[in-house]
Design a protein. Structure first.
Length: 122
């Protein structure tokens, strides 16, 4: 699913139903997704014994800068971008630290919450 731009170029947009989010990182629009492979990578990095344990760890809200790097790195790789965590640590995210934390929050919500959980209250 993409939007066509002038010249016949199709730009792929993030699909929230697949757990994808978009962010501008180092001036480039990127798609991030915590695929099963990315989640397995995070289970290992955070020494979680299960996916539920990983979700519980994230729900505590006590993430360090290193944690944000790992989550964003896994999300970038899951979205088809090939960056190491060391490269991610050097990247600039539009909006600074608060936007970085919001990106991680949105990525985790897209991954662990179902669509109804992410809709605003009416």
């Amino acid at each position: 699913m993409g939007a066509s731009m002038g010249g016949g170029v199709t730009v792929r947009r993030a699909n929230r139903r697949r757990g994808e989010v978009e962010a501008t990182i180092d001036g480039e629009r990127r798609i991030l997704c915590l695929t099963l492979g990315a989640l397995a990578e995070l289970e290992t990095a955070f020494r979680a014994e299960s996916l539920a344990g990983l979700a519980g760890r994230f729900s505590e809200g006590k993430l360090k800068a290193e944690d944000l790097i790992r989550i964003i790195g896994a999300g970038l790789r899951g979205g088809g971008n090939r960056f190491s965590d060391e490269e991610v640590a050097e990247m600039a995210i539009d909006g600074g630290v608060s936007a970085t934390a919001a990106l991680v929050r949105d990525l985790l919500a897209a991954t662990f919450l179902d669509e109804e959980d992410t809709r605003p209250e009416r």
